[in-house]
Design a protein. Sequence first.
Length: 231
Amino acid sequence: MSKVIPAPAPTQEPPKTVEPVACRGRMIVREERHAGYQPENHEWRAWLCERDAKCKLIGKDPMTLPLDVLTASGHPSARTSAVIFRLRVAHGVATGEARGDSFLGLQPEDLPKRLTAIRETICLACTGENNLNAWEVRRCAVYDCPAWPFRMGHNPHNPQRGVNRFQKAVSPAEPCRQRFQTGGAAAPGTDLAPPCQTGTGQSASAPARQLASAPAASSTPTASDQEPEHG
Ligand code: SF4
């Protein structure tokens, strides 16, 4: 795994908002090289891509990009059908200009029904036939591809982005667990009483209820208090 050099934050003003992308770039002649493909949202390259240790252009993780950058750079929030339509445009299927790949050989019934399925159905097939190119999908720098923001198997426009439901579910019991592990002493840095003492107490476990009914710890540290914590 090659080391990725964090790209410096773009210093110039953000470019203008572009239309939703569909690989509608054009070939241009560069001064120092032969003609090359210029994506339709090429002004946003510094926001969407970075360079690895070999100075190769790689795409950023879309889940780390601000939503306004994604939206303005041609990757707005969209339905699955709209993304599929733009993919059909990109592959020349919708315009009758299929470029031989026939949309990766997919039949209409095989097309993804969810945005989070685009990675499995489209991107892994795009980078190879054996579906072992997850790292290539992660590095994909075709930032004018409609599937680009969904290539990690997530929808970056999901309102639940960044919310860990399981973390919220276990956090109320955390003070009880720490108190149980430390033998009744409050965990370092936690001055709050555990919910099993402040709430109804019906949901507290048996050890936690025993700890709640135990006499308050004296000012003299006991042997258990002086034992070092493990793990
Ligand atoms: S985002 Fe990249 S890997 Fe996915 S379909 Fe487009 S070009 Fe292929």
